[in-house]
Design a protein around this ligand. Structure first.
Ligand SMILES: [Zn+2]
Length: 416
């Protein structure tokens, strides 16, 4: 097989395009594949597909997958047309997305790599600039968002995640069934979430049965204002309730530890991570040490027991019985003489309606936890983001469940 035919097959080049020349420069470790277009075949406007008179062509280059470690470039004269409606437009080529300096297969490979490694690592590995890899990523997200179909989501999750500084947040709306992020809002204000709800159809809003969230007033108010029957859908799920209680237990521990240390008592030293930890995941030795702590008369042990009891109140199927169970817990927690616990109990009391919704709707806390920890990993991997839009796009890239690949990359045709 001649090299021209070989490359035509590898690249999937078909009429009216053909490989006209293959140039190998050993000293530069480069293969350049020249592609030409049959001039007898009429050119069409890429926007309206109307056959239009040609205009002077443009020489364009695309980087393709390496050939045996030889950097492989595609070069072609791409015709332009003068369309009556759209003016002078460059026609599209079957091997690359418009405006990209890479063939679709090359972009697909970069996208695959980005799923495993950071932009910095991929740019090193593929010998590309950081900006080039970033450009591929941004284009992939834009393509994915454009292709995404609006569909009904039964279980929504609304959450917040810190951007850079502690008090700068973005809001995350997710599909709790698939775990996909549907929307990243630029802050956690009522109007921002409200605008997203406003983008949904009445059918989408009505088909929704639960919306799990933390007790942030802006999220609650936006949902009450925009979603029909929201008072029966808003669910303060176990994960978020556990977080409020966990923070309170930690406050009690910190205060008590300080007090004990003043008396030279180191009982609570090094126990910070035991209290919020899942007992099931502890080593036997640690479990034994922690058992002594939590069975002690420490204030922290009392706070922990209050939290644990609340965590056991999620099995109810009836709202009536759930309310009874929680009211008992609330009256105990409100009388506990541990200020941080009392404060949380007060918050939970005013939000009991949404906790009961979460219990009877059987809203799982898995998706929220999963998304949170994956966003943390994205932040660690990227070592921060220049702005919120980039942060949002990274979240869409990794967690959006989007179809990211260029349409022209027939992945089954991939030579790898
Ligand atoms: Zn046109």
């Amino acid at each position: 097989m001649r090299d021209k035919d070989l490359y035509a097959q590898i690249l999937g080049i078909k009429s009216p395009w053909q490989v006209t020349d293959v140039e190998l420069v050993v000293s530069e470790s480069t293969v350049t594949v020249h592609v030409g277009r049959d001039e007898k075949v009429a050119v069409c406007c890429p926007q309206c597909a109307r056959a239009s008179p040609g205009y002077d062509p443009r020489t364009r280059r695309w980087r393709h997958l390496d050939t045996c470690q030889y950097k492989t470039m595609l070069v072609a004269e791409v015709p332009r047309v003068r369309c009556e409606e759209h003016g002078v437009v460059t026609t599209s080529v079957p091997w690359a997305a418009p405006g990209s300096g890479f063939t679709a297969l090359f972009e697909a490979l970069v996208i695959d790599w980005l799923k495993e490694a950071s932009i910095a690592a991929v740019s090193r590995l593929m010998g590309l600039s950081w900006n080039a890899v970033d450009g591929i990523m941004q284009r992939a997200v834009a393509r994915g968002l454009l292709r995404r179909e609006q569909h009904c989501v039964a279980h929504l999750g609304v959450d917040e995640t810190a951007f850079k500084k502690r008090h700068d947040y973005v809001s995350i709306v997710s599909d709790q069934t698939t775990g996909h992020v549907l929307h990243v809002g630029s802050d956690r204000k009522k109007a921002t979430l409200g605008a997203w709800y406003a983008s949904l159809t009445p059918e989408q809003l009505a088909s929704n049965t639960s919306i799990s969230m933390d007790m942030w007033p802006a999220f609650i108010n936006a949902t009450l204002a925009c979603v029909p029957e929201a008072e029966n859908k808003i669910a303060f799920d176990k994960f978020h309730v556990a977080k409020y209680l966990g923070d309170a237990v930690d406050k009690v521990r910190r205060e008590e530890h300080k007090m004990l240390m003043r008396q030279g008592d180191e009982t609570l030293k090094g126990s910070k991570y035991d209290w919020p930890y899942n007992l099931k995941n502890m080593t036997l030795k640690r479990k034994r040490q922690f058992k002594a702590l939590r069975e002690s008369t420490l204030r922290t042990a009392r706070a922990w027991a209050i939290k644990q009891l609340a965590m056991s109140l999620w099995h109810y199927t009836s709202k009536v019985w759930a309310r009874k169970g929680w009211q008992q817990w609330l009256s105990w927690a409100m009388r506990c003489r541990l200020t941080p616990m009392k404060r949380v109990a007060q918050t939970l009391k005013t939000h009991l309606w949404g906790i009961l919704n979460a219990i009877v709707l059987k809203v799982s806390n898995g998706p929220a936890e999963g998304i949170n920890s994956r966003i943390k990993m994205i932040k660690v991997r990227s070592r921060g983001f220049r702005n919120k839009q980039r942060f949002a796009n990274a979240i869409y890239f990794y967690l959006g469940g989007l179809d990211l690949f260029p349409a022209t990359a027939l992945r089954s045709d991939s030579p790898t």
